[in-house]
Ligand binder design. Structure first.
Ligand code: SF4
Length: 164
């Protein structure tokens, strides 16, 4: 059975920067949870950050690949450079994925760690632009396909193809 890495906040865990969760009520996700497929993970917490914590964005809206390349930092609203924690969290996510031979993930859109199609632009003004978070970039670099919680049906198609 293929396992799926999933953002812990989508599973109801209160690990977000504001101390809350973003629980998904998607029926397919619930089915996979029942089957024991899901591996919940929060890269920011596993990278060593506390909950709650100041919100963070990638400077310049540069995207996770730039952070991995050392070309951009992740900064918190209080000015703290949290790049190291984000990189550590991404590496921990990759290690967990590897331990379960995971080939796909469902991660929370918009997050500087977990975003797959969109991130914030680094100004803390609520502006999104196309791009990926740090963990998503590292997972995809290693061939793990990342879907957002808004595209779980597509993830289902991908899973069927994997198991065909
Ligand atoms: Fe959710 Fe990912 Fe943010 Fe953790 S890092 S709270 S799993 S979006």
């Amino acid at each position: 059975m293929e396992r799926i890495l999933v953002s812990a906040c989508l599973m109801g865990r209160r690990v977000r920067y504001d101390g809350g969760a973003k629980t998904s009520t998607d029926a397919l996700l619930a089915e996979w949870r029942e089957e024991g497929r899901l591996v919940p993970f929060c890269p920011e917490v596993e990278g060593g950050l506390p909950t709650p914590r100041p919100a963070a964005e990638i400077e310049g809206g540069a995207g996770g690949a730039a952070v991995l390349a050392g070309a951009a930092r992740v900064l918190a609203t209080d000015g703290q450079d949290v790049t190291g924690a984000f990189l550590a969290g991404a590496q921990a996510a990759l290690a967990v994925a590897g331990s379960f031979d995971i080939k796909m993930a469902i991660l929370k859109e918009g997050s500087p760690s977990c975003g797959a199609l969109a991130i914030y632009d680094g100004t803390f003004r609520g502006r999104r632009l196309p791009g990926q978070g740090v963990t998503t970039s590292l997972l995809e670099l290693h061939g793990i396909k990342v879907f957002t919680e808004e595209h779980i049906a597509e993830a289902g198609d991908y899973l069927r193809a994997l198991e065909a």
